[in-house]
Write a protein that binds this ligand. Structure first.
Ligand code: PRT
Ligand code: MG
Length: 212
């Protein structure tokens, strides 16, 4: 059996065409089914639905042989025990710094002030500000980061931006782009050795279907 870990929503939707190109069709719709294990048209392949941030954990410990996870999630997780053969170029967005429109980020950085930054992505933020030599106090949040600068909890946030409409709706502006984000295929290293005959052709077929 080959077990593939996916999260519901954009990753599931955007992975489907890649699986289809590899001859795999998921037989149930996660939006209407309550099942967490979904069969496919291939008896030997199944999909498990997990939270986006749990995908690396499932694959690392062998709860799934492979999975699809955002670069953001993989950096925060650390990537231990994971083989990352493919950038699937799906679920694309960027990681950015955003502030209120009346906060002068450039001056604060230039003056070497201490900046309070709220984020769910503490590892990415820590690395980014360390490389820039900017002193920050990181405040870990689990949701709705946009609220932090509006309430005075923080001067800035580090968050994913796609269309920019969430920032705009909250009168925040993107002041710095940290990195481009897309989702990657991750494979359990032991499974790659033990199930190589099944996994290698699957990885190759997915690779051939990645959008240019
Ligand atoms: O939603 P849930 O709490 O269940 O889990 P999750 O947010 O971890 O999962 P999901 O499915 O929302 O995101 C999975 C992956 O998709 C992320 O890890 C990213 O790699 C990728 N991705 C691509 C995004 C976005 N685009 C995105 N726009 N993830 C989140 N967003 C959010 C962002 O956090 C912000 O709140 O959408 C909002 C911004 O969107 P715009 O279009 O208004 O700019
Ligand atoms: Mg989400």
């Amino acid at each position: 059996m080959i077990t593939l870990a996916l999260s519901k929503g954009r990753i599931f939707e955007e992975t489907l065409p890649l699986l289809k190109a590899a001859g795999i069709e998921v037989l149930e719709n996660p939006e209407t089914s309550r099942k967490l294990i979904l069969p496919t048209n291939q008896d030997e392949v199944r999909v498990v639905l997990v939270r986006a941030t749990d995908v690396p954990t499932y694959v690392q410990y062998g709860g799934a042989d492979l999975g699809v996870a955002g670069r953001d999630v993989l950096i925060e997780h650390g990537g231990d025990g994971l083989y990352q053969p493919l950038d699937l170029r799906i679920a694309r967005c960027r990681m950015s710094v955003a502030t209120r429109d009346d906060f002068d980020y450039a001056s604060a950085v230039k003056q070497g002030s201490r900046i309070r930054v709220a984020t769910k992505y503490t590892e990415i933020a820590r690395q980014h500000f360390a490389e820039k030599g900017v002193h920050v106090d990181l405040i870990k949040l689990y949701g709705s980061m946009e609220l932090a600068p509006l309430t005075g909890l923080a001067d800035a946030i580090v968050d994913l931006v796609s269309t920019g409409s969430t920032l705009k709706a909250n009168r925040l502006i993107e002041v710095e782009r940290i990195m481009d984000i897309s989702s990657r295929l991750v494979v359990n290293q032991a499974a790659l050795k033990l199930k190589r005959e099944r996994l290698r052709p699957l990885i190759d077929a997915i690779a051939a279907a990645i959008p240019a």
